[in-house]
Design a protein around this ligand. Structure first.
Ligand code: KIV
Length: 289
């Protein structure tokens, strides 16, 4: 069912994203992990969708993204693609799907494209991962880099915290961004870096789209984690996330009502079940004796 109010849109492509960059128009990006949510995001006009390995936490209940496998990612990305046929869908490369070697990276990036119909992939890491980005791009696959708070390195980074607050650490992020850009990344996500560091990187980017997650307004576009936007992740709400509606609360209230109504024998009502004609029922009684 499509909303008749919303005109069907053309497929979001790289030239479309770069036109927005050239026109100075912000790009919209959200995470998504399932078909019904992808359907809603498509209807809302969201341009880029990240099937993030954060699904390990938001959908599978792990404490980190590290246990997520390629098979988990493929299954969820396929569902998202079915729900959002025109969005620019990005497959997020899970832990150890690209770190071991350039070849591993190319093969797994290729799976996102061939098995899920992705438009691009994203991977975490700076200069040390630039050769993976180069290999993937040379294989004809658009690639996005991810700097700042990179959850797959949460242990090395000392927890989920802002990155690049000191000049020296910020310089490393600025240099990493240049390495990824030179390696061919068409976009870079900056997660939880100070706004002025994000601004600097955005100003210095040459033909590379800089996206912000909790890194301020100066990037070419914004990303949010869908579950944080709607109160759907029970363990914590990051400071940077804006809550646009408390769907978690709405669902919880509905569940409590259902629980109470079944116990009180108020559910189901006639409109919630199916019947049969007296004639057929009399016949049935004869058949069963
Ligand atoms: O997995 C994910 O959703 C991500 C975001 C945190 C950017 O990589």
């Amino acid at each position: 069912m499509t909303d008749p109010q919303i005109p069907p849109r053309k497929k979001i492509t790289l030239p479309y994203l770069f036109k927005k960059l050239a026109d100075g128009e912000p790009i919209t990006w959200l995470t998504c992990y399932d078909y019904p949510t992808a359907y809603l995001q498509e209807q809302a006009g969201i341009e880029m969708i990240l099937v993030g390995d954060s699904l390990g936490m938001t959908m599978l209940g792990y404490d980190s993204t590290l246990p997520v496998t390629m098979e988990d990612m493929i299954r969820h990305t396929q569902a998202v693609r079915r729900g959002a046929p025109t969005a620019f869908v990005i497959g997020d490369m899970p832990y150890m799907s690209y770190q071991p070697s350039i070849e591993t990276a190319i093969r797994n990036a290729g799976r996102f494209m061939a098995e899920c119909g992705c438009d691009a992939i994203k991977l975490e890491g700076g200069a040390a991962m630039a050769d993976r980005i180069r290999g993937i791009v040379d294989a004809g696959i658009p690639a996005i880099g991810h700097l700042g708070l990179t959850p797959q390195s949460v242990s090395a980074l000392g927890g989920f915290r802002v990155q690049g607050k000191s000049a020296v650490l910020a310089k490393k992020i600025v240099d990493d961004a240049k390495s990824l850009e030179k390696a061919g990344a068409f976009a870079i996500l900056l997660e939880m870096v100070p706004d002025r560091v994000c601004k600097l990187i955005t100003e210095r980017a040459e033909g590379c789209i800089i996206m912000s997650l909790g890194s301020g307004p100066h990037a070419h576009g914004q990303l949010l984690i869908y579950h944080d936007m709607f109160g759907l992740y029970p363990k914590f709400k990051p400071k940077m996330a804006k809550v646009y509606g408390n769907a978690g609360e709405v669902i919880l209230n509905g569940l409590k009502n259902y629980q109470n109504e079944v116990i009180a024998k108020q559910f189901p009502q006639p409109e919630n079940w199916f019947g049969m004609t007296d004639e057929e029922y009399n016949e049935l009684e004869k058949l069963v004796g």
